[in-house]
Design a binder for this molecule. Structure first.
Ligand SMILES: Cc1cc2nc3c(=O)[nH]c(=O)nc-3n(C[C@H](O)[C@H](O)[C@H](O)COP(=O)(O)OP(=O)(O)OC[C@H]3O[C@@H](n4cnc5c(N)ncnc54)[C@H](O)[C@@H]3O)c2cc1C
Length: 421
């Protein structure tokens, strides 16, 4: 005699932030028999390593109209979901669940403990209290929609389950995209986003560790059909052993993710080290240095104090200016070269760098296939898609988790409202 199939009101595939939020929101709103399937031994693995082990939970960007600008993929389409659950709601949600978030000067919000493990403890505790069951090392490998509603599921190892509603929250893992495709969804091909840039060779290798803020970055690359595409960013830039990192680089690569992939990660990067100073302003600074620091050696007297000494010395060398030369003796031609270098240094990008603070995938299930008020599939009733599995990704700063909280919460609420118990 065939044994009866295990039945759940809701199965969430993926024990990441989006999956946990969906499961907790549904269970807290009254859904009974909620199961989270997590393929690895430990759920919330990315939360643990996020934000350098501190977890940048969200960003102090309170107005949904501003928040949507942080999503190169997603953008205006997220106005609706964020008007129901945005950064302020996430802060309040975590406070209600015992986790205080603290804002840093640049707007990023971290747990007051400064440890990502506090975020994990908060989510795990909330799930447990709400009665959510977690199954580790249980990858969902097959899912099909029953003609009369509900889903038949297979977990790695052969176990069969059934459920009324299914949430796919598998992040950037290819298995989730395959499951979504198998259920009839189109998937925008994935490409990496939020990465660092490599120069080979790196002319700035001796400057590794130098941070300049702000720097204006302009990336120019060849687009298909012979056109040229340009992307711009302004913000803190970190010089590394291999090239460039820091928030401005990560934001730049997020907005240029697809174009960079199409160009084989080859592009020209122009940097304005001057902090946005116009050329006449730079000329005035140089004139003041000639007058006020006439007898000082160039290498010892930077034109303005925020300009890194090591970068200034590098630019002198690059422009062939003897470092011992005095300001009064700087030839006009070399002055023009230095001003040009401060304004528009050019570097040949030769690939992606090896490390980054945060990596995400652009691409995934197309947003047009999902009702963004409920995160329910427009193709398969009862199926919800949340988090990074969707074709949504944000710039660095807590925006990627914010999308997980918003989409997960909306899915959980909608499932409860639909009457799954
Ligand atoms: C190093 C690093 C640092 C980051 N730091 C930050 C940060 O500080 N702030 C920020 O906003 N964003 C950060 N991000 C991005 C953020 O981690 C992701 O955007 C976010 O984790 C996506 O959440 P998710 O729930 O959609 O997917 P994930 O976090 O990837 O979770 C998906 C889960 O599903 C499981 N899974 C996959 N397939 C299956 C299956 N078939 N069956 C069952 N389970 C499955 C996976 O094991 C995983 O546990 C960082 C990313 C990285 C890599």
């Amino acid at each position: 005699m065939a044994s009866e199939l295990e039945h759940w009101s809701l199965v969430v595939a993926g024990g990441g932030p989006a999956g946990f939020m969906a499961a907790i929101a549904a269970a807290e709103a009254g859904v009974r028999r909620v199961l989270v399937l997590e393929s690895t031994p430990e759920p919330l693995g990315k939360v643990l390593i996020s934000g350098g082990g501190r977890c940048n939970v969200t960003h102090a960007c309170w107005d949904p109209r501003d928040l949507v600008r942080a999503y190169p993929r997603g953008g205006q389409a997220l106005r609706g979901p964020f008007s129901r659950f945005a950064a302020g709601d996430a802060v309040a949600w975590f406070a209600d669940h015992g986790l205080e978030l603290v804002e840093e000067a640049d707007g990023r919000l971290f747990p007051s403990s400064n440890r990502s493990s506090s975020v994990i403890a908060c989510l795990r505790g909330a799930a447990e209290r709400a009665g959510v069951v977690l199954r580790r090392q249980s990858a969902l490998v097959a899912a099909s929609a029953n003609p009369g509603g509900g889903f038949a599921l297979e977990v790695r190892g052969g176990q069969q389950l059934c459920c009324d509603r299914l949430v796919l929250a598998t992040g950037s893992h290819p298995s989730g995209r395959r499951l979504a495709e198998g259920l009839g969804h189109g998937v925008v091909p994935p490409v990496p986003s939020l990465f660092t840039l490599a120069l080979r060779p790196n002319p700035l290798v001796a400057l590794a560790g130098v941070v300049m803020d702000p720097v204006d970055l302009e990336l120019e690359l060849a687009a298909p059909g012979g056109a040229v595409e340009r992307f711009r960013q302004r913000g803190p830039l970190l010089i590394t052993h291999w090239g460039f990192s820091g928030p401005a680089t990560l934001r730049l690569t997020a907005s240029a993710a697809r174009a960079l992939q199409a160009s084989g990660y080859r592009a020209e990067l122009r940097l304005d080290w001057s902090g946005g100073r116009a050329e006449p302003e730079l000329e005035a600074w140089f004139a003041a240095c000639r007058r006020d620091q006439a007898r000082r050696q160039l290498s010892n007297a930077r034109p303005w104090p925020e300009l890194s000494r090591r970068l200034w010395q590098h630019l002198l060398e690059q422009e062939g200016v003897e470092p011992e030369r005095r300001w009064a003796d700087l030839p006009k031609r070399q002055q023009q070269g230095l001003i040009e270098a401060l304004h528009r240094s050019r570097y040949a990008v030769a690939g992606r760098g090896p490390f980054g603070e945060e990596f995400v995938t652009a691409g995934g299930v197309a947003l047009g296939e999902v009702n963004l008020a409920t995160m329910e599939s427009r193709r398969v009733p009862g199926l919800h898609l949340v988090g990074e599995l969707l074709d949504v990704d944000g710039i660095t700063g807590g925006f990627n988790f914010q999308h997980c909280w918003s989409s997960g919460w909306l899915a959980g609420q909608a499932i409860a409202t639909a009457g799954a118990t």
